[in-house]
Design a protein around this ligand. Structure first.
Ligand code: SAM
Length: 229
């Protein structure tokens, strides 16, 4: 990485460095087994030809990368965290380090692009434009993010994220204490600024069409797909 990381990027670097080694296992447990299902549904919903060239941004330890590879795609796992990418590499991923805001790839160089749990750590509008820049016209994009359940599930979600997650994080120890307290407020802050229709607008303004949205697990998971015009 050449540019000096901004405040959000630094926050993410500090958050993920200590949990890289056991990230996938505890992320699955703390999402009550749901987040592996969201990633699988997102990858299954992408319209990709065999051998498609795909960039997995914010790849972390490569959970989405491996699902794409299992479909026959040629994938680059891209992330700013050396610790998270180290795990992805140990699983055999082709990994490149850098920030999503400045991708070191030419315009239109990928048939597909995925990202999981990225937008809360960046400025969404310029970052979406940058992601779309490296996608070829007609290329497919897919995202996984936490959602915020509404209606009768809203208060339960609040209790889970504000009381259960912090206690669970503290019990696991190490970096999970910070993650457990961070997640709920981070998700709430994101959706205050980017409610559903606003997020779809950001995608369309970045040059995407055919934006599709799916909610999973009572609204706790959000999956979006689109195509570059
Ligand atoms: C919650 S992890 C998700 C990892 C993976 N997508 C998954 O589904 O398991 C979020 C990842 O985003 C990465 N990240 C955060 N901000 C980033 C940025 N500005 N550029 C690149 N990666 C970033 C973090 O390093 C971390 O690995």
């Amino acid at each position: 990485m050449t540019a000096t990381p901004n405040r959000k990027a630094l926050q993410a670097l500090r958050l993920f460095a200590p949990i890289a080694g056991n990230y996938v296992r505890w992320a699955a447990v703390l999402s009550l087994g749901q987040d592996p299902r969201w990633r699988a549904a997102m990858v299954a919903g992408l319209k990709l030809s065999p051998q498609a060239r795909v960039l997995d941004v914010a790849a972390g330890t490569g959970a989405i990368t491996r699902l794409l590879e299992a479909r026959g795609a040629r994938v680059i796992a891209f992330d700013q965290s050396i610790e998270m990418l180290g795990v992805a590499r140990r699983h055999g991923a082709t990994a490149v380090r850098g920030t999503a805001e400045h991708l070191p790839f030419p315009d239109a160089s990928f048939d597909g692009l995925t990202f999981g749990y990225l937008l809360r750590y960046v400025d969404p509008a310029p970052t979406m434009r940058e992601l779309v820049r490296v996608l070829r016209p007609g290329g497919e994009i897919g995202m996984v993010e936490f959602g915020r359940p509404s209606g009768i599930w809203g208060p339960w979600w609040w209790v889970y994220t504000r009381l259960v997650l912090p206690i669970a994080g503290a019990t696991i120890g190490s970096g999970w204490r910070k993650v457990g307290s961070f997640l709920g407020p981070s998700i709430d802050a994101f959706y205050r600024e980017f409610p559903d229709d606003r997020l779809a607008q950001v995608w369309e303004s970045a040059g995407l069409v055919d934006v599709r949205v799916a909610r999973r697990s009572l609204g706790g998971g959000l999956i979006m797909w689109a195509r570059k015009a």
